[in-house]
Every structure is written in C-alpha cells, then in structure tokens.
Design a protein around this ligand. Sequence first.
Ligand code: FES
Length: 114
Amino acid sequence: MIQFHPTLLLSQLTSKQVSRCVVDGLSLLLAVDSAGQVFAFENNCSHADKPLERGVWNPDTHEMICPYHRAIFDVARGGSVKVGPAFVALQVFPTEIRDFQGEKTVFVGLSNED
Ligand code: FES
C-alpha cells in the first residue's frame, strides 16, 4: 500500500535544479518539469552509490545527469538509464500536490510494505 508523505512546499521548487528532501529516512530529490509536473526520485546513482543532488536536471527532456560519471536517467520513463555507465534505473516515486496547512505541498508516495 502506498502512503503519501508531505515534503516541500510547491513554491520552494524551481525547474532549474532539483531539491532535496528526506522522507521516512530516505533521501529523495524533487524536480519540476517545464509543464509544472513534479517528479520524485531517489538521491542515489545506481552506478557507484553516489548522491545525484549536484547533478544537472533538464526540465524539458526529464533527464537527470549524474555529476560523477555523467550517467543519464529519464525520470519520466521510470528512471530508466539513457546513457551509462549506470545500468540500473533510478527508483521514481508518485507525487501529488495537496493543500497542507494552508500551502500547496508536494506529497510523495512510498510503499509501506517491506
Ligand atoms: S556515480 Fe553516477 S555515473 Fe558513476
């Protein structure tokens, strides 16, 4: 079962860069595309277990480029690898924008099953 958790305010996000948050002990990145859609994905490159937060986000193509060895992930296609050296997809999580304490807030869905 998916449980949605409040993260950052929608107004805190920009399409120019990703924003980091921690949900249930998990380091995640939030990214907004050119159309205003919000994506959430793990802050970890599958190639060498490094954080992605200083990578480059492209809001038009949904590509996230790892800052270490330049692997490219397609966040809009399930985090799939477009360019190696990584070969395992990023984990992408569902998002919803909800009113929370009077502010539009990004909620991220995590499975509460082990
Ligand atoms: S750590 Fe990301 S491509 Fe190597």
